[in-house]
Ligand binder design. Structure first.
Ligand code: SF4
Length: 325
């Protein structure tokens, strides 16, 4: 059963010089109940725009985001407020996302107050429970965010996101600003909570080595589009898109298994002036004439070794895959 069905989602911004920057371009995917979809790609590929567009924190140009079958983009104010109870986000920057003037107790209690949930005593009990669940003691709630480390602040942000018992949690680069040792603690906390609470998650990161540990499926983004999506094991063990292969070959623990390290040259092209044809052609080690002329569509990967289900679940946007029998 799908909790979320995103279709042809397109989000654009006006650049300073008046050009239109399509940060997100016809992005479609499903998210099943209790599933974790990892979304990976370089900085500027549209991952965070996707997170904000799905939650309607920014306005999209076209497409639909159906949550329990109802299009979030068409909801009125009251419907959106109700839906937001079930859709929460943890941002990258734990330093900037917590109000410095409020105590930790006020920060975690705020969503309950905004939505009028429970008596004062119920809300206090819930704050105590949430702090304990994220590994902090209840007596921290009289303190302020600046008194905590980055990892502790992210625990507080997670507690606040869980206050309303959401069904969907979006983690937008939630561990990127943390030290490596703290990263793994927060990743473990998030995966434990996801399993315990049966949360559906969009886990967004530029780091594929992080994504592969938490995701059931992985979507790889490049310049505002999904270029490969599939079950995590299938995508990591048998990547079809040259960009995915390059990302995998850059993971130090996997590099030794790769015959060659694929080094991408050049930067991500300007999204307000994307290359013709395949947007990856300016950096692709396997580029050929067709790539400059025609943009490849996302198509199911067809392989003899894959079951029908896996073929349907694994898709790639590359002309090389179109010639696969
Ligand atoms: Fe590379 Fe061409 Fe495939 Fe694009 S379509 S990823 S340029 S081989």
């Amino acid at each position: 059963m799908n909790l979320l069905e995103v279709r042809e989602l397109t989000t654009a911004f006006s650049a300073r010089d008046g050009r239109t920057l399509r940060a997100l371009n016809e992005v479609s995917f499903d998210l099943a109940e209790g599933e974790v979809l990892g979304i990976v790609g370089e900085s500027g590929c549209g991952k965070s725009t996707l997170a904000k567009s799905v939650l309607r924190l920014i306005q999209s140009e076209q497409g639909s985001v159906c949550f329990h079958g109802q299009d979030v983009l068409q909801m009125n104010k009251a419907q959106l407020k109700r839906a937001r109870r079930s859709m929460q986000i943890v941002f990258q920057d734990p330093f900037g996302s917590l109000n410095p003037r409020h105590t930790i107790g006020q920060i975690i209690r705020e969503p309950l107050q905004v939505h009028g949930i429970g008596s004062t005593r119920d809300q206090q009990r819930r704050v105590d429970e949430l702090l304990e669940r994220v590994g902090l003691s209840a007596d921290v709630q009289t303190r302020h965010a600046h008194e905590f480390s980055g990892g502790q602040r992210q625990r507080i942000a997670i507690a606040r996101a869980l206050a309303l018992q959401p069904e969907l949690l979006v983690a937008d680069e939630a561990v990127s600003a943390l030290d490596v040792s703290v990263q793994s603690q927060i990743i473990n906390l998030i995966t434990d909570l996801q399993a315990e609470l049966g949360l559906s998650m969009l886990f967004i990161s530029h780091d594929l080595s992080v994504i592969r540990h938490v995701s059931d499926r992985i979507a790889v983004m490049y310049l505002g589009r999904i270029v490969e999506i599939g079950e995590a094991d299938a995508l990591m063990n048998d990547p079809q898109h040259p960009y995915t292969r390059a990302l995998i070959s850059a993971i130090p623990s996997l590099a030794a298994q790769q015959a060659v390290r694929i080094v991408l040259h050049g930067e991500l092209p300007d999204p307000s002036d994307p290359p013709e044809g395949c947007a990856f052609h300016t950096r692709c080690p396997q580029v050929h004439d067709e790539c400059l002329r025609r943009r490849p569509e996302l198509r199911a990967v067809v392989r003899d070794t894959l079951s029908i289900h896996s073929q349907a679940a694994h898709s790639s946007a590359c002309h090389l895959n179109e010639s696969t029998p």
